[in-house]
Design a protein. Structure first.
Length: 270
């Protein structure tokens, strides 16, 4: 298992899938707020909307969120088959992020054997009235409004060829306000991360610690810097998304004060 502390979540189904649905541990208003912030920060190349749905598609299908239809709050959402048809009309394979925002009808249909599900993702939040405690180890943190060449090089090394190009473009094209954070130890790049702000919510994305610097408090300093930037620009809540099976990352974020607000899974027609 990959042990890197990371907030990323993948987009490809596992060889075996289980029947599961989203779990909710917060208010639906909070889910709506976070989902809108997460969607606003995602610059997928193709984006279209149906009533109650934001549909995205991007090169390669590497990033699940950038290649799926996400339900959003709506009084009369479009039916699931309309979402499927909208992808098929574009010669795309339909994929759904099943979140607690899904309507009862959509959730009922996704629960049938006509759909397969995989990849539970935890959406974790924390208030930002108090910053995480600093790491006792010396780490220099640089915060920039643009992705520097050094940031991009370190980021790209964590992905396989082809995927690195797509993910780097998505990170570089994230809308403002945003910040790219690079942490250094002993003069070496140790970790990178991206923060984006939307309506008082700061999202933490692409938090990656390089292998030789893991378990040394580097990710703590990076997360602290992103939250501090959010606070200074009016944020009251921080959130991130992490694969449920990334146990080291989940444990790290719990130590930093994050708790699970809700979960989502990916779905595709059988």
């Amino acid at each position: 298992m990959n042990e890197r502390p990371s907030s990323r979540e993948g987009g490809s189904p596992a060889p075996s899938t289980a029947s599961l649905g989203p779990r909710l541990f917060t208010s639906r208003d909070t889910v709506d707020r976070i989902e809108r912030a997460a969607l606003a920060a995602l610059p997928a190349r193709d984006r279209w909307e149906l009533p109650g749905w934001v549909c995205l598609a991007d090169d390669g299908g590497f990033v699940g969120r950038a290649n799926a239809a996400t339900p959003v709050a709506h009084a009369e959402p479009a039916a699931l088959h309309e979402v499927v048809m909208s992808y098929s009309a574009r010669a795309l394979s339909p994929r759904v992020r099943w979140t607690p925002q899904a309507s009862v009808d959509t959730a009922t249909e996704l629960s049938t054997d006509k759909w397969r599900t995989w990849g539970e993702v935890l959406v974790m939040t924390r208030p930002v009235d108090e910053l995480p405690a600093p790491s006792p180890l010396g780490t220099a943190v640089n915060v920039s409004a643009v992705a520097t060449a050094e940031w991009g090089q370190a980021y790209a090394t964590q992905y396989r060829p082809g995927e690195d190009v797509v993910r780097l473009r998505l990170a570089a094209e994230a809308p403002y306000p945003k910040r790219y954070v690079l942490a250094e130890r002993a003069g070496e790049v140790a970790a990178v991360g991206l923060g984006a702000l939307h309506s008082g919510v700061v999202g933490l994305y692409d938090v990656l610690t390089l292998p030789e610097h893991r378990r040394k408090g580097v990710a703590r300093e990076l997360v602290r810097a992103l939250i501090e930037w959010g606070v200074n620009h009016g944020a009251d809540t921080a959130f991130l998304q992490v694969a449920r099976d990334n146990a080291p990352a989940v444990a790290l974020y719990e130590r930093l004060g994050f708790t699970i607000a809700y979960t989502y899974v990916y779905c595709a027609p059988v």
